[in-house]
Design a protein around this ligand. Sequence first.
Ligand SMILES: Cc1cc2nc3c(=O)[nH]c(=O)nc-3n(C[C@H](O)[C@H](O)[C@H](O)COP(=O)(O)OP(=O)(O)OC[C@H]3O[C@@H](n4cnc5c(N)ncnc54)[C@H](O)[C@@H]3O)c2cc1C
Length: 495
Amino acid sequence: MKKFDLAVVGSGAGLVVLEAAMEAGVSCAIVEQAKFGGTCLNKGCIPTKMLAYPADLLREIEHAKKTGVSVSSASVDWETLSGRMWKQIGMNRFVEQELEEAENVTVFRGKGTFTGPRTMAVTNSGGTTEEFEADRFVIAAGARSFVPPIRGIEEAGYVVSETFFGEKFPKTLWKSLILIGGGPIGVEFAHIFSALGTKVTLVQLTDRLLMPEEETVSEFVKQQFERNGIRVHTSAMAVSAEQKDGVKVVTVRDTVTKEEFTVEGEEIFLASGVRSNGDSLGLGKANVETDAKGWIVTNEYLETSRKDVWALGDINGKFQFRHKANFEAEVLAHNLFQPGERRKVCYQTVPWAIFTNPQVAHVGMTEREAKAAGLNYHTGVNHYSDVVGGRKMGFSDGDADDGFVKIVADDEKKLLGVHIVGPHAAILVQPFVYLMNAGFKCRQSAVQKDKQAEIKGLRMMCPSTGTYEPIANSMVIHPSLNELTAWALDRLDMD
Ligand SMILES: Cc1cc2nc3c(=O)[nH]c(=O)nc-3n(C[C@H](O)[C@H](O)[C@H](O)COP(=O)(O)OP(=O)(O)OC[C@H]3O[C@@H](n4cnc5c(N)ncnc54)[C@H](O)[C@@H]3O)c2cc1C
């Protein structure tokens, strides 16, 4: 049996650790059952954004009317549009090629399952199994779409993101689509297809879309969806599905009134959350603990219940975004291969963006969370129409599509959370992420270090770290959208 110092299971963010291991000269193995590069490259972030950008352009063209620019007819060439996407996905071959050419790594293609604490069997698509042994394992095996228990769904047929970016990718655009799920993935696909001309019906179980967001953000997205012709049903549970006369019909129950109604579409797209890939890994054989939902339990060092097994990315169930997975992989690579102080993963400032229309971005606490934590907090809201940067784009006071930024800060000006809905939200939120993290890494002079020993407490040394003071003390380029976020600070309801 082949033996390695380190084995990585999953070639998404797992590759970051693998590369560090290779650089450190450690003998290693990588196990991957599907295309190299993981979900983000092959079936997630990247292909969706290749489709979302043209969808954004189409919505911008419509919006341009407000600035006096009209385009008589924008047409969609699905073949070119999807061709660009497949080309981007095709980059995975370079990942595989590099691994093939690397010296101290053995590539196992197939499904890896633990057969013991230090052994794993890999079964390839032809059914052949090969077993190997490793001293240390890094599990980065991700998650997959959850299929909710909808009566008749298998017979009716459906797509999930994995099959959409695979064998069920439509040759022509669907005329109509039922999307089940109003989380980040559901709302991105709703935007893509509605902008491209598909009649979209969105069915969401909870009483609002995008549950982790501010209530006002969820409501704003719903209103914009409806303005864009998407039919949105919230507090709505899909109970059964069938095919009737070539059309798919889903019966939906209103969870408040208990009344049932039907929605129809050419296809059903399930975007109802994800489940752990841990069930395929034989984790019990390796004594790796999972929670009730099957996510691998990890601590701040990404250690599992086994001291020589680590888990990162979607499979630990925390903030399922690729940048979070990459960040964890970098921390782990540092801890495994660089001498010195171990780094911890901190989840207080995990940012994210949802590339729907209107775009949504988020970092830190919502007002709801600050309240639940018993904090003394203040909020400030600024609309795009409040700054020239937004007005030049055609947003006027009182417009239904006038997005906003909401800042949540504490009594000491510390940033607790920032929430943006509208154009360029992802770009606008990022400076706040840096600021919030500035609190954790403050450069100190030797004198300060001495003083710190007396005073104890980093905030004393760097009074502005993690607060919004650096923005308040800065010039803001005029007239840019940065004024939207910076001037929200003037609106904080401070005494
Ligand atoms: C449609 C969609 C859009 C998304 N958009 C974004 C976005 O815009 N931004 C963002 O940050 N995130 C986005 N995400 C989420 C992002 O894709 C994931 O958070 C990220 O890919 C997780 O990385 P990972 O390394 O943990 O797992 P993955 O990238 O999923 O990698 C896990 C790998 O492990 C393999 N594997 C699993 N089990 C086994 C086994 N037993 N043996 C061998 N191999 C195995 C899998 O085949 C897979 O390749 C999106 C996801 C989807 C589905």
